[in-house]
Design a protein around this ligand. Structure first.
Ligand code: NAD
Length: 468
């Protein structure tokens, strides 16, 4: 195949990569987008954010129906093939949409595994043979891969990662989830709703270790009622494939006896793909973990090569990658922009959901910040009570001196949607009083944000708080 020559090559077509490619094309650049898989969208669209949300939607319908007061539904009958097809159709709609968007912008898509061969060229192994892409600027958006625990029998198909869990091969009678973080608990939510007996093993002393303990508490309490076992401060020391299942051995404070599971999901984090692209041929520095460090304009140590998304650092979140993708493309097009976002929100789409942004309470304490917190319990929120789910809380972290909102955390149904308001508040330098005085529609869960702000302002009437 003849060589391609382009202004900008983007390596990887996940949310960061395709956004960077499309923005660069919109700014008049000739763009080549290289992607390992035939469909665009990366892990997020194909085997991550989107299919998991399609399954979580179904899980929500099942659990809400089971919990509906005064109405008894029959036991749900699950048609796994139809469920799989529906999830796949959601993914296909989005990936096809991306292919159309690439075409409209005249972005050349090359499919195959890419490796740098020099600071100005990339080799791609395509199904039609090797292809060289020569470029003026490159944006590395090669993402991350699942972390593997050495010594486990990965060749056994009953051992799955998030991709395997999303493929929904069956509904195992007993599922062991190793890792009580975001992926582990989202997939546990799905499989529990579909009928699996779920156990979770987490290394740290709480589920979802990045989030504040008071936010995790209502989730942990609900999961404790639903799941077979939740083991904290515990490790799986051995997984043995047997005919009747996989036998897991544990080490922890309680060290339960070994147990047999039909499937084991490993969700203990992700690692950047920095070492998989021969970055050294381009002179791009990769650290010992596989991260590629960038400046605030997303430039690597090689000035015409940029990196965005999971590969350039935590948090490994699609919305961080897309933001960074736009910056890299705009910098290449000569715009004077840099990464200046004040916060990158996090959401765990569990049931209830947990979301947070800005500084967490535990980080604020650790950093010795001069802050106060205001916590509004959803048990005093009409809408939460009317929905039969009043276990949530809405928390604001406020700078004591400036009264500005510097952090927020929410647990409850729909917490992922609610957090967006606080992100805007923080970006706009809003003070607690601004949120309290903005009229929120009644009755909504969004009121809990205004009510938390009213607690901070001392103007709340929906609760009785003795004067300080
Ligand atoms: P994670 O870091 O969220 O959770 C991994 C968990 O596994 C942690 O709680 C960790 O303490 C635990 N752990 C590590 N080693 C262990 C061991 N040997 N035994 C038991 N527990 C162990 O990682 P993840 O859930 O795998 O997700 C990977 C990445 O994908 C994260 O960066 C996450 O932000 C991202 N992601 C985000 C979303 C979302 O935004 N909703 C959804 C899925 C994934």
């Amino acid at each position: 195949m003849s060589d391609l020559t382009t202004d900008v090559v983007v390596l990887g077509a996940g949310p960061g990569g395709y956004t960077a490619a499309f923005r660069a094309a919109d700014l008049g650049k000739k763009v080549v987008l290289i992607n390992r898989n035939t469909t665009l969208g990366g892990v997020c669209l194909n085997v991550g954010c989107i299919p998991s949300k399609a399954l979580l939607h179904v899980a929500k319908v099942i659990t809400e129906a089971a919990d509906t007061p005064g109405v008894h539904f029959a036991k749900p009958q699950i048609d796994l093939t139809a469920l799989r097809n529906w999830k796949d159709s959601v993914v296909a709609k989005l990936t096809k949409g991306l292919a159309a968007l690439a075409k409209q912008r005249k972005v050349t898509v090359v499919t195959g595994l890419a490796q740098f061969t020099s600071p100005k060229s990339i080799h791609v192994e395509t199904s039609a043979g090797p292809q060289t892409v020569n470029f003026d600027n490159a944006i590395i958006a090669a993402g991350s891969s699942v972390t593997k625990i050495p010594g486990f029998p990965y060749e056994d198909p009953r051992l799955i990662d998030s991709t395997g869990a999303l493929a929904l091969p069956d509904v195992p009678a007993r599922l062991l989830v190793i890792g009580g973080g975001i992926i582990g608990l989202e997939m546990a939510t799905v499989y529990h709703a579909l009928g699996s007996k779920v156990s979770v093993v987490e290394l740290m002393d709480q589920l979802m270790p990045g989030a504040d303990a008071d936010l995790v508490k209502p989730l942990a309490a609900r999961l404790k009622r639903q799941y077979e076992q939740i083991l904290l401060k515990t490790k799986v020391t051995k997984l043995e494939p047997l005919r009747e299942g996989i036998r897991a051995s544990f080490a922890g404070p309680d060290t339960p006896p070994p147990k047999i599971y039909d499937r084991v999901l490993i969700a203990v984090g992700r690692q950047p793909n920095g070492r998989a692209i021969n970055a050294e041929a381009a002179g791009v520095a990769v650290d010992q973990h596989g991260f590629i460090h960038v400046d605030t304009q997303m430039r690597t140590n090689v000035p015409h090569i940029f990196a965005i998304g999971d590969i350039c650092g935590e948090p490994m979140l699609a919305h961080k990658a897309t933001h960074e993708g736009k910056i890299a493309a705009e910098v290449i097009a000569g715009h004077k922009v840099s990464f200046a976002a004040r916060t990158i929100p996090s959401v765990a789409y569990t049931d209830p959901e947990i979301s947070w942004m800005g500084v967490t309470e535990s980080a604020a304490i650790k950093q010795g910040l001069n802050f106060e917190k205001a916590v509004f319990p959803w048990a005093a929120c009409g809408r939460a009570l009317a929905s039969g789910r009043d276990e949530g809380i809405t928390k604001l972290i406020i700078d004591k001196k400036t009264r500005r909102i510097i952090g927020a955390g929410i647990v409850g149904v729909g917490a992922g949607e609610l957090i967006a308001e606080t992100v805007v508040a923080m970006e706009m330098d809003a003070e607690a009083g601004d949120l309290a005085l903005a009229i929120h529609p009644h009755p909504t869960l969004s009121e809990t944000l205004a009510l938390a702000a009213e607690i901070a302002e001392g103007t709340i009437t929906d609760l009785y708080l003795p004067k300080k």
